[in-house]
Design a protein around this ligand. Structure first.
Ligand code: AMP
Ligand code: MG
Length: 286
């Protein structure tokens, strides 16, 4: 798969309508699920092992999407192949009182990976230029009033670019994935949450209400993607109407990223190697 077709270049103008939500290429669901995806997951696990051992760099995976686009299932199917010791998953919900009492990047910073780790963000700081914008939530926020003006979104884009570039300069790569779902497919999936009892727990009436803001969300996404896709921290716009394809595409992105990082197992210093012989001898003579 040529994953670059989904990568958003820096300063691009984005019209989400120009981007496919459905994959209709030659790949076949059965082959992807039974062969291609498992192969990628194995390769990812091997690279993660080296990344963890190398212990110098980390990855942040930002997942953003409309409701029911498949973020949860994707995390389950793509990232569970990894060693849990080197992975963290953080879902970002409506900020709680303590979070609201801080700047918006505070809770994000607390969820960053250690060196060697991969941190998966199920929603992220991008909610603060998305739902916050669509629903004008800053009006009720504890931000000083004089700081809330028409320019705030552009300021936040700048802050986010700086934050991600800072992470990059410190050995942490940020990769951002937008699961691009059609409004029709969302309806189908919300319907399923209503009609299938085992999916009831996933149903939230707010998801139905949010559909009324569909166009506002799409516009907010277009703006944030256009302003924050950079060479080092790009956005990928992935067709998400077919879950199996979106999962496979994300595994391809991860694999390419990890291959490019080329993590290596640390080499023991000569002196340490000499010591190993000594320790071996001690054990043998026990
Ligand atoms: P879910 O991902 O279905 O568990 O829902 C989490 C909810 O939290 C979504 O409706 C998000 O829009 C909301 N949310 C996440 N971050 C923020 C934020 N910074 N401000 C307001 N709402 C948020
Ligand atoms: Mg939800």
């Amino acid at each position: 798969m040529n994953i670059n077709q989904y990568k958003v270049p820096e300063k691009a103008k984005i019209h989400l309508k120009d981007y496919a939500t459905t994959y209709d290429g030659p790949l076949n669901k059965k082959e992807v699920k039974s062969k291609l995806l498992p192969e990628n997951l194995n390769a990812m696990a091997e690279l993660q092992d080296a990344l963890y051992a190398e212990n110098t760099r980390g990855i942040v995976v930002v997942l953003q999407a409309m409701d029911a686009a498949g973020k949860d299932g994707l995390i389950k199917h793509v990232f569970t192949a990894l060693n849990p010791q080197g992975v963290t998953v953080t879902p970002f919900k409506v900020p709680n009182a303590e979070e609201l009492d801080h700047d918006y990047l505070w809770r994000i910073a607390r969820a960053l990976p250690r060196r060697g780790e991969i941190a998966i963000f199920n929603r992220s700081h991008y909610e603060d230029v998305l739902v916050t914008r669509v629903h004008d939530l800053l009006k009720e926020s504890p931000l000083p009033e004089e700081l809330v003006d028409d320019n705030i979104w552009n300021r936040r884009f700048k802050e986010i670019r700086a934050f991600e570039s800072y992470l990059n300069d410190n050995g942490f790569t940020v990769v951002k994935i937008f699961l691009h779902l059609s409004k029709d497919e969302q309806k189908e999936r919300l319907m399923e949450r209503i009609t299938r009892p085992e999916k009831h727990w996933k149903f939230s009436s707010s998801d139905v209400n949010e559909r009324a803001y569909w166009e506002d969300y799409q516009k907010a996404y277009e703006d944030l993607i256009a302003h924050t896709s950079t060479e080092n921290s790009p956005w990928y716009i992935i067709p998400a109407d077919r879950k199996w394809y979106a999962r496979y595409a994300v595994s391809e992105i991860m694999l390419k990223l990890m291959k490019d990082m080329n993590p290596t197992y640390p080499e023991l210093a000569e002196k340490e190697k000499e010591n190993l012989a000594k320790w071996k001898k001690i054990l043998e003579e026990e």
